[in-house]
Ligand binder design. Sequence first.
Ligand code: HEC
Ligand code: HEC
Ligand code: HEC
Ligand code: HEC
Ligand code: HEC
Ligand code: HEC
Ligand code: HEC
Ligand code: HEC
Length: 502
Amino acid sequence: MKRGLKFLLFVLVAIGFAAVANANSLKDNPNYEVLKNFKPQGVTTSKCLMCHKRRDQGIVADWQHSKHAKAGVGCVDCHVVPKGYPTAFKKHPLRGKKWAVQIAVSSITCAKCHPEEVVQFMNSGHARAGSQWLAGNQSGHGYAMTKLSYNYEAMRGDNPSLNGHTGMAKGIDPALNVNQDNPALAANTVANNCIQCHGAVITLDKQGVPTPDVWPNDGMSSRYPDGGIGSCVACHSRHKFSAAAARQPGACANCHLGPDHPDIEIFDSSVHGHILATNPEDYDFSTGEQIPGKTLRGPTCFTCHMSGINGLKSTHNISTRLEWNLWAPKSFKRTKGNETAGWAWYESRKLSRGNPKAGNLDGPAAARATMKKVCATCHENTFIKNYFIRTDGQVTLYNQYNTIAVKMFKTLKSKGLIKSDLWSDPFFKLYYYAWHHEGRRMRQGAAMGSPDYSHWHGVFEVMQDIREMKDIYNYRLRLLKKYKDPKKVLLNEAPMSMAPHN
Ligand code: HEC
Ligand code: HEC
Ligand code: HEC
Ligand code: HEC
Ligand code: HEC
Ligand code: HEC
Ligand code: HEC
Ligand code: HEC
């Protein structure tokens, strides 16, 4: 009885928590109301055009061809803010008593007119893209990835990085830290790489002009000084802000490609990609309506992950139809509702790793049911059911390989048999490729119908990695018996050749 009561209490508290956790509102950010209620006096877009038509022909042309221009939404609606606003550009030639121009336009500006899209975006995995790799949780692989950019590629060494991480150079061969005293180059490397897909924390100089280490960037979830998260331009581009463009697979391909998440290559080599390439005239991207035979023949990225199809609502939350997390070292079900990273930012001004279990509010089974509904527009039940049994099987198989790899890694580590400079250690490199590159290809290839990525670029290579890892593992343990000293083992190990990983 007591246990029953406790359980009931637990359930009630859990429900309460869930309600609070999911009740995030744009109003939590005071700047939202400030912008929404702000009506700039004495300035019109035609005034901006007087100078900018000549200065910015491309920008103005794109804007003129946008739905915004047709609806009367102009430069002023997005670029004019109250004078003291966190992103105000103080030295712009034209400014009012109560208003200023902003260069860095965050999603809080879009939220004035598109609050639903912004909230959906904030609840999605896309919203953590920036914070997740920057946040300094030392236990997660996110930290290892941050280290990769700041200390191995950029060789920023022990200098506190852009984000205040310290002590990261521990274990790196000092001879390779050649750029220790050149933090400008270190920032440059990050500016050209991670942030262009993920986003960054946007910093402004005293005049309100964004700094070159972080801007411009097209990354998915930059964090702006006004608390706005996300770059809506990532799929819509500035200044056309087109929905038709965002419906094309090309809108995702800027980031979802390459050895570690080849989603565009997977799509192009799937039957769905093949029929789009063969019959592009059967597709109409100018509308969100998904009617087979009229607006499409097969699905594209947005059809499966975002579109309003077969009774589903169109959504900017690209995580709600995902049952698994397929990018993690070991896949797990998405059991925990909405993403939190973007919402946490304004309150605490702290970066958070977010919620990699974010998916469908009603849980992983509901996520799968929605994805199946997409398929059911064009395929029958048996086809869909069997397809996902195979997909899930491939994920489970991958997880088993990962278990073997983790076990070997932990044993070697506990015996001091992993080099402190991880990226000089052949075992670690194989371990990394096996989950981050090949293991993702194996899982994502199966989920999106590309046998080549599922097999030749996927499980085949994972299987090879495991064998190579096992060789190194056995060899190191044998040498340890001989030398008794792990340092000696690592010093005496011959360089290892590695299989190609792309
Ligand atoms: C009198 C001419 C003039 C008018 C009118 C004008 N601008 Fe400008 N604008 C400029 C000049 C010049 C610059 C470059 C300033 C600089 O780089 O210091 C500029 C820069 C900008 C920038 C920043 C570009 C960058 O990335 O450095 C934005 C955004 C901008 N203007 C928006 C507007 C908006 C919105 C309006 C209307 C409210 C407007 N401008 C009206 C002349 C003008
Ligand atoms: C629907 C909102 C919107 C409208 C309308 C709009 N802009 Fe922008 N603008 C943006 C966003 C978003 C960015 C990107 C900001 C960032 O990356 O931080 C931007 C960036 C810019 C930049 C800097 C980028 C560059 O290439 O130099 C300039 C200059 C600019 N806008 C000028 C204008 C002018 C002039 C107009 C009117 C013709 C205009 N904008 C209309 C949203 C808008
Ligand atoms: C002042 C209000 C306002 C602001 C601010 C605003 N928009 Fe819009 N937006 C509109 C209106 C009105 C439409 C046209 C709706 C229509 O024609 O159906 C529109 C349409 C759109 C569309 C659909 C275009 C298409 O091709 O169908 C996109 C995408 C869009 N806006 C993105 C943005 C983004 C991103 C921002 C912020 C950078 C933004 N908007 C800021 C009012 C606004
Ligand atoms: C500007 C780069 C960029 C573009 C463009 C982009 N994405 Fe992403 N996407 C990312 C990044 C970065 C992540 C990883 C977020 C994380 O987990 O930190 C991601 C994650 C995802 C995820 C997994 C989300 C999760 O919860 O784990 C899906 C699904 C996805 N994107 C689909 C799309 C689709 C569909 C499009 C095109 C309509 C698209 N993306 C366009 C960068 C991009
Ligand atoms: C070409 C665009 C691109 C670049 C460049 C890029 N990423 Fe990513 N990243 C993505 C996408 C897309 C995903 C989502 C993969 C998925 O959902 O399967 C992702 C996922 C991630 C994740 C979450 C999953 C994970 O791996 O833990 C982290 C952390 C991450 N990237 C860190 C980084 C860092 C650090 C850099 C720079 C060293 C970087 N990324 C460079 C596109 C990119
Ligand atoms: C991952 C790519 C992606 C990102 C990022 C993105 N959008 Fe969209 N957006 C789309 C797609 C695809 C559509 C078309 C959806 C449909 O037709 O169902 C769309 C449609 C829209 C529309 C038109 C909706 C309608 O009913 O006509 C608006 C408005 C919009 N987006 C605003 C935004 C805003 C604001 C942001 C930033 C928070 C944003 N988008 C970020 C891909 C994106
Ligand atoms: C036929 C429908 C379909 C199409 C088309 C499609 N996807 Fe997917 N996608 C899926 C399914 C199903 C999954 C796995 C869902 C799950 O975990 O249950 C998935 C998974 C993903 C993931 C992995 C998320 C994670 O957990 O790491 C990303 C990223 C992604 N898709 C992006 C894209 C992009 C980008 C495109 C276009 C180039 C695309 N998808 C085209 C159905 C599709
Ligand atoms: C808008 C219609 C449409 C949607 C939605 C759609 N498909 Fe397809 N699919 C097609 C067409 C058309 C073909 C090519 C004809 C065929 O092989 O049946 C195809 C082919 C396929 C194939 C290759 C055929 C084979 O025998 O292996 C697979 C697998 C597949 N689809 C799976 C899916 C899955 C899974 C989903 C949902 C996540 C989905 N499709 C959603 C239209 C669609």
